[in-house]
Structure formats: structure tokens, C-alpha cells
Design a protein around this ligand. Structure first.
Ligand code: PLP
Length: 480
């Protein structure tokens, strides 16, 4: 029987955490920063703690704990493969680092070594730096595929532009690397069509699924050759990054990292790399607990059904977009037509007359709403989208101070959903935005910008230690 989504919604750690606010109220937090990292799925954590009673290293079946650890670790890989519709005959999965960044570095190095004669990689203009810089550094020449539409209403990647870039670089494109969904606007890219074009030019398709996995089903059989995502964005903080790729491509490749656990034999003269996955791709002791936790989170999501998660999120997203669009001082970025440009529950916006940093600080301090601001590690995308309004600001002469001011305005506020997001969270966001819009000067007066460009309340502060002091918390834990 399928697990009920509504029953699961409240079973995350940290949803009811309360903080004292700037106006003296206490409020539970409204966590709308899931695109950065998602809250821990409590049943997955409980399962991982149960596993800890057996904890041992992997790669052995002989003592009971090692047998449990080895089995649970393999199970986690199987869950990751199943989660993206991969099968063990055609695909292999490796857990790497602490997120997808390690995965993209690994993929870029590997694919560049496999086809050195193909020196070009095409990526979209909406990529997170983690699916951009690894290709620039390891894989040769990177060209950026533009988006549809004009700023600030960019849509998905422009397929016609992709095709012409493939044509212009005929025989040179090793792979196309694009995000499944933007971490800024949530706009979703058409995977099947991108795959068709890439494959027609004998280029591989690498998908950045870091943002898509928590919002919608992902399927390798849509034409994906490689993908990566971060475990901490699918409700398993502390878990590794995941790479899934086509086995036939990976099998021909000498692993990038070498060490214990990935060899069948080592003599003084030579070593024989194991042909087993994931062993050959995972040198050294892995993040076993994180992997088991991730397996539990992915299995839970599969039992709920990612199609249901997606549908429920879309039902909350559409009214929120309408509400935001109806507010004259609010500018939402990316194409607002959700039929033409479907998106996940991730919304980037600005409020006229208030710096993005001030908006994020005030939403937190006065309303308990946790959002993120700035450029979200997607500087080229954010910069392009903001160009029209930045150029429209008349700062007078291009003095260093004015240019610095311009630089500061280069940012947005981002609210992003998780499976646990409720209408109450979205109402808190809208209520906060309305209060800010109604008293722009008042909120401006309450904050000052420090020399580090961070907006701080003039009279209210809450240090990290006052909220959570590691020494005090450890002392409490030690006292039992
Ligand atoms: C679209 C996208 N790709 C890649 C990453 C990098 O993920 P990580 O920092 O977990 O390695 C992120 C992180 O926010 C992201 O949103």
C-alpha cells in the first residue's frame, strides 16, 4: 500500500523549532529554504539510528555487524538506482563526497578522459556553479546555451539554440550538461528533447538533478546518460552525493580515485582494479551511515510516489504565483506562464525599494520565515535576469561607490518548498511580504548594512550561540 503523503508531511525534524522574534513574539519557523538543504526525514533518521547499533565497516560479511553494514550499504545503492528509474544491468551508481558537486567534478574528469578528441561541453545559462565550473576546469571548452524569452522572464533552455550550438561544434561536443530544474527560478528543462538533440550529435547527456529530485520523478530512460544529485536535498542531511551513469561507459574507465576497497589484488609492482560497482568507484571507507540514511529517505519517497509529491506541490505553487504577481511592488523572476515554463516550488523575487538582503533578514527577524538571498551560486543566470533593472537604475556617474551599490543590488530573495511545506508556511511568507511592502521606509530604518554588506537589525540580535551553543548542547548530552 502506498504511504500517504499527508501523513508524512509532518514527520520532519525541525519543523516546530521556535525562535524569539524582533517584535518580542515567539514563532515556529517557516522553513522555505529547502532548495539549499532539506530538513531531515524523521523515519529515515530513526532507521539510521537503528542501523548504528550494528555499525561496522563495509566490505566484509564475516562478523555480524560487517554483514549488516555491507548489506545495508548495497541496499542504499539499489534504492538510489530505483529512485531514478535505473536498472542494475545498464546502470551503476556511486556515492561521492557530500553532494552533487563532487559528482560533477568526477563526471567531468571521467568523460574528458574517455573522449579527449571532443573538447567542448555545452551547458545552459541557468546552471548552478557546481554544474559549470567542473566542466570549465576539467573538460575543456564550455559554451553556454541561452534560455527562451527575455530577462527577467527567462523560460527553459532554448532547444533551437542548443541544436545550432551542436551543429556549429559538430564532432566536438563530448556532452551536454544541464540542470533538471533551476535552483533560482525552479524552471524545469525538457529532458527528453535535450537528450534527443544531444544523442543525434553523439553527445552524452549529463543531468544535474540536484533540484529536480525533491520535486518530481526523475527517469534515466528519458535519455539521461549520467546524473548527479545531493542526498542532503532529499531529506537526508549528512548523506553523500549520488552519481548514476551508464555502466558500459563507466566500465571502460580507470577509476579516478584509488585506494582501499576498489582493488581485487595489489602487488609491489601492480594493482588490479575490481570490476564490481560501486566498489571500483568508491575508494576508501565510505559514508556508511549517510548512505543508509539516504537509502531510507529515497525508499520512503518511492513509497509515497514522486508523482504525488509533484502534483501536491504544483497545487500550492500556482496560487502562490498568482498572489505574488498581484502585488505591484513584488517582481518574480522567470517566465510566469507555468504552462509554457513549468517550474518546481522555488520562487525568486525582489521587492521594489528594499535590498534583497534586507528582505531576507526582515522575513526572518519579524516573521520567522527562513528564505535565502543573493545569487544562489548561479551568478551568470541571476546577472542576466537582473540586467534590465540594474541598467535602469540611474546612479549617476560610474564612481567606485556607485558601482559597489550596483553590485549589492545584484541579488534576489528565494523561497523554496519541501515536501513538508504547508499553506501556513506560504501564508507566513505572503504576510511578511505584505507587511514589508506596506512600510518600506520603516523597515529600511530598522536595519543598517555592515561593512561586510550584511543587513543587521539596529536593536535586535540573536547570536548563533544563543540559539544553539555546541558546548552547552554537548554538556547536556553528556549529562544524559
Ligand atoms: C542545481 C544545483 N546543482 C548543484 C548544486 C550543488 O549541490 P551540493 O552543494 O550539494 O554539492 C546545487 C546546490 O544548491 C544546486 O542547486
Amino acid at each position: 500500500m502506498a504511504l500517504s503523503l499527508s501523513a508524512l508531511k509532518s514527520r520532519f525534524i525541525g519543523l516546530d523549532t521556535e525562535y524569539a522574534l524582533a517584535d518580542g513574539r515567539r514563532s515556529r519557523r517557516y522553513y522555505l529554504d529547502s532548495a539549499a538543504s532539506a530538513l531531515m526525514l524523521e523515519p529515515a533518521w530513526t532507521m539510521a539510528q537503528a542501523f548504528l547499533r550494528h555499525y561496522a565497516n563495509t566490505h566484509s560479511h564475516l562478523h555480524f555487524g560487517a554483514r549488516v553494514a555491507t548489506h545495508a550499504y548495497i541496499w542504499a545503492h539499489e534504492r538510489a538506482l530505483a529512485f531514478v528509474g535505473a536498472n542494475q544491468t545498464d546502470h551503476a551508481c556511486a556515492f561521492v563526497g557530500s553532494g552533487s558537486t563532487a559528482g560533477f567534478n568526477r563526471i567531468a574528469r571521467a568523460l574528458a578522459r574517455l573522449r579527449p578528441e571532443r573538447d567542448t561541453v555545452l551547458i545552459s545559462g541557468m546552471e548552478h556553479h557546481s554544474n559549470d565550473l567542473p566542466h570549465r576546469k576539467h573538460a575543456g571548452r564550455v559554451e553556454h546555451i541561452p534560455m527562451l524569452g527575455t530577462p527577467p522572464a527567462f523560460g527553459a533552455l532554448d532547444l533551437v539554440a542548443l541544436e545550432s550550438l551542436l551543429e556549429q561544434n559538430k564532432g566536438r561536443v563530448n556532452y551536454v550538461a544541464v540542470t533538471g530544474a533551476s535552483n533560482v527560478t525552479g524552471i524545469i528543462n525538457p529532458i527528453k528533447e535535450i537528450a534527443r538533440l544531444a544523442h543525434a550529435h553523439d553527445a552524452w547527456l549529463v543531468m544535474d538533478c540536484s533540484q529536480l529530485v525533491m520535486h518530481a520523478p526523475v527517469r534515466m530512460d528519458e535519455g539521461i546518460d549520467f546524473l548527479a544529485f545531493s542526498g542532503h536535498k532529499v531529506y537526508a542531511p549528512g548523506s553523500p552525493g549520488v552519481v548514476v551513469g551508464r555502466r558500459e561507459i563507466l566500465a571502460g574507465l580507470e577509476p579516478d580515485e584509488v585506494g582501499g576497497g576498489m582493488v581485487d589484488d595489489v602487488s609491489l609492482e601492480a594493482y588490479i582494479v575490481s570490476d564490481r560497482f560501486p566498489d571500483r568507484e568508491e575508494a576508501g571507507t565510505p559514508n556508511i551511515v549517510g548512505a543508509v540514511l539516504l537509502g531510507a529517505a529515497l525508499e520512503t519517497l518511492m513509497q509515497v510516489g514522486m508523482d504525488k509529491v509533484h502534483a501536491a506541490e504544483q497545487a500550492m505553487l500556482a496560487p502562490l504565483m498568482r498572489e505574488l504577481a498581484a502585488r505591484p511592488l513584488v517582481r518574480v523572476y522567470g517566465d510566469m506562464d507555468q504552462k509554457r515554463s513549468p517550474r518546481t516550488g522555488t520562487i525568486a523575487f525582489n521587492i521594489d525599494g528594499l535590498d534583497h538582503g534586507l528582505v531576507a533578514a526582515a522575513l526572518n527577524d519579524y516573521f520567522g520565515v527562513a528564505v535565502r538571498n543573493d545569487c544562489f551560486c548561479a551568478h551568470p543566470y541571476v546577472r542576466e535576469m537582473l540586467k534590465p533593472e540594474l541598467w535602469a537604475i540611474d546612479l549617476g556617474a560610474e564612481t567606485p561607490e556607485n558601482l559597489a551599490e550596483m553590485e549589492l543590488r545584484k541579488g534576489m530573495v528565494r523561497a523554496s518548498f519541501g515536501l513538508y511545506t504547508t499553506q501556513e508556511d506560504l501564508d507566513a511568507l505572503l504576510g511578511g511580504i505584505d507587511a514589508l511592502c506596506a512600510d518600506i521606509d520603516g523597515f529600511r530604518a530598522r536595519y543598517e548594512r555592515g561593512s561586510d554588506d550584511v543587513h543587521r537589525h539596529r536593536h535586535f540580535s540573536a547570536s548563533a550561540e544563543s540559539l544553539f551553543d555546541p558546548r552547552r548542547e554537548l554538556a547536556i548530552a553528556l549529562a544524559g
